[in-house]
Design a protein around this ligand. Structure first.
Ligand SMILES: [Mg+2]
Length: 275
């Protein structure tokens, strides 16, 4: 029997990247093992394509990636040895689009803002300078973060009650809501799980058998974690385990977030799978 090919799907912010500094330095030991063992690391983030490309360059990563909470799946041309259907070819990627057009999403958020009268501020209304101060991003990355294609992150003044109203409004308009750890997100009917499911099918076709691992720290990672064989949840201090995960087989919960926790979790996985 052939040994299944391991494929790792990973979130960025608060997982591979430090939630404050965005550094992945502490994960370098496991990153180099992944590379040495030729285990594909597929980045799956709420970040934009432009931002993810920035990190892929620094990680020397050439694998497919998922942008904006599953809005777009970007597959480098000739990555898979067979042809498959995709929505468009952009530069050197074949793109499968699950998300809705960004200007439509922004318009709907504006409508929701008017209908509720809530203090809502979307990414599209924020300047690069504001993003630098809210997210601690460098100006260069803030510029890339504004190149959105499928998902609008937003700030909302208020608590649980306001979130409940917003969620209902979003559902009424046939869209998805998600919480990414720093921003609320409004998007089409896409999520990381739907994107990972498609990529899993492609990897299976390429390698016959695969074992999928997923790692993330936030609610927007749940659909991805539910889609993989071995989910790893990086749990923030004092936070509780999301209910959806409690019955998931093979679940591993690691205390702590960011690249240090990511590094330990991946070293564990490699050891557990005798790789
Ligand atoms: Mg995260």
């Amino acid at each position: 029997m052939t040994i299944p090919k391991l494929v790792l799907f990973s979130d960025l912010d608060g997982s591979l990247l430090d939630p404050k500094t965005y550094s992945f330095k502490s994960a370098l030991p496991s990153l180099s093992i992944l590379k040495f063992k030729r285990i594909p690391l597929v980045l799956s983030s709420s970040k934009t394509r432009a931002e993810i490309e920035w990190y892929r360059k620094r990680l020397d990563n050439h694998h497919p990636f998922v942008s904006e909470n599953g809005g777009g799946i970007f597959i480098p041309e000739n990555y898979f040895s067979f042809s498959f259907s995709y929505d468009q070819k952009r530069e050197r990627y074949l793109v499968i689009e699950l998300g809705q057009c960004y200007p439509c999403i922004v318009n709907i958020l504006k409508k929701i803002k008017n209908e509720t009268g809530f203090e809502i501020k979307g990414f599209s209304e924020m300047t690069e300078k504001e993003l630098v101060s809210i997210c601690g991003l460098s100006e260069e990355v803030a510029r890339l973060a504004k190149k959105r294609e499928y998902d609008e992150p937003f700030l909302l003044e208020g608590g649980e009650e306001e979130i409940k109203v917003i969620k209902k409004k979003i559902e009424e308009k046939g869209l998805y809501y998600s919480w990414g750890g720093r921003f609320h997100h409004l998007m089409g009917k896409n999520d990381k799980g739907k994107a990972i499911k498609i990529l899993k099918t492609l990897y299976k076709k390429e390698f016959s058998h695969i074992t999928s691992i997923g790692i993330g720290d936030s609610l927007n990672d749940l659909p991805m974690l539910l889609e993989v064989d071995y989910p790893i949840f990086l749990r923030k201090e004092k936070s509780s385990l999301p209910g959806a995960l409690s019955f998931k087989k093979n679940l591993k919960v690691i205390q702590g977030t960011g690249p240090e926790a990511w590094n330990l979790a991946i070293l564990d996985v490699i050891r557990d799978h005798h790789l």
